[in-house]
Design a protein around this ligand. Structure first.
Ligand SMILES: Nc1ncnc2c1ncn2[C@@H]1O[C@H](COP(=O)(O)OP(=O)(O)OP(=O)(O)O)[C@@H](O)[C@H]1O
Ligand SMILES: O=c1ccn([C@@H]2O[C@H](COP(=O)(O)O)[C@@H](O)[C@H]2O)c(=O)[nH]1
Length: 238
């Protein structure tokens, strides 16, 4: 078997994908399936860091659209990602995968605070690291947290595992005639205003030449295939 194309990956998992068909919250069956896939990836010797979203529970924009103070709503969104992180840790540990949740907002009785060098040490020891609470700052998203943490832990790639199977010429949920890019540059994503990832995250990756693969989380084996170097979804590079 050929070696993996990447030895340290940052997996950005969509919060919304965790709810499966439920419409809200966390579907244990989805968590189990994701944990199973992550365990397989780790078993081939790949170091796995995960940033988890919160869209299945709460998004700051939704709260502010209903009249909440935006920063307060964003903190609620960040707390939602901590719940998802704990659910994922539980699922991973049921698969025998040692996992540490590291939060960007301190809550020491629940999880470790994020300390960059500790995160790297956990990865070197073969633990899966789940980064929760985003960047710890309102007005950001977990996509930006993924870009930031990927740079901080020197990941080789960001795999954005979400509900769509790649980047399209327009949002495929709104425009069924949209077509998928196999490969696209950061600049094209920004210039065409493609909303699959927010512009802050794309810019950060562009400035630091961090490749991104956008792939469908619901298709089993996709993450492993991408890590083994197969073409899956859409690749964003210079
Ligand atoms: N040009 C595009 N190509 C592909 N997807 C797009 C595009 N424009 C918008 N989207 C939308 O981007 C979304 C990508 O997932 P989204 O960013 O909402 O979730 P996430 O960050 O992965 O996680 P969470 O659900 O936790 O917020 C999809 O729902 C898709 O419909
Ligand atoms: O750095 C961050 C990351 C996230 N938030 C808030 O959390 C929610 C959920 O994250 P998603 O990326 O949408 O899954 C987000 O809507 C923000 O409200 C944040 O404030 N800062």
């Amino acid at each position: 078997m050929s070696p993996p194309a990447y030895s340290r990956v940052l997996l950005k998992l969509s919060g919304e994908a965790l709810m499966g068909d439920q419409g809200y919250g966390v579907d244990p069956a989805v968590v189990t399936r994701i944990a199973d896939e992550v365990a397989e990836i780790r078993d081939i010797g790949v170091q796995v860091a995960i940033v988890i979203g919160g869209g299945n529970i709460f998004r700051g924009m939704a709260g502010s659209a209903r009249g909440m103070d935006r920063a307060t709503a964003d903190y609620m969104g960040m707390l939602a990602t901590v719940m998802n992180g704990l659910a994922l840790q539980d699922g991973l540990e049921h698969h025998g995968v040692p996992t540490r949740v590291l939060t960007a907002i301190e809550m020491r009785s629940v999880a470790e605070p994020f300390i960059r060098r500790r995160a790297i040490r956990h990865l070197e020891k073969g633990r899966v690291v789940v980064f929760a609470a985003g960047t710890g700052n309102p007005y950001f998203t977990t996509d930006t947290a993924a870009a930031l943490r990927a740079m901080e832990v020197k990941a080789d790639v960001i795999l954005k595992a979400t509900k769509v199977d790649g980047i399209y010429t327009a949002d495929p949920k709104q425009d069924p005639s949209a077509t998928r890019y196999d490969r696209i540059t950061y600049l094209q994503v920004l210039e065409q205003g493609l909303k699959v990832m927010d512009a802050t995250a794309i810019s950060l990756c562009m400035d630091n030449k961090m490749p991104i693969v956008v792939l469908d989380l619901n298709e089993r084996g996709n993450m492993r295939r991408a890590i083994m170097g197969e073409h899956v979804g859409s690749l964003v590079t210079v």
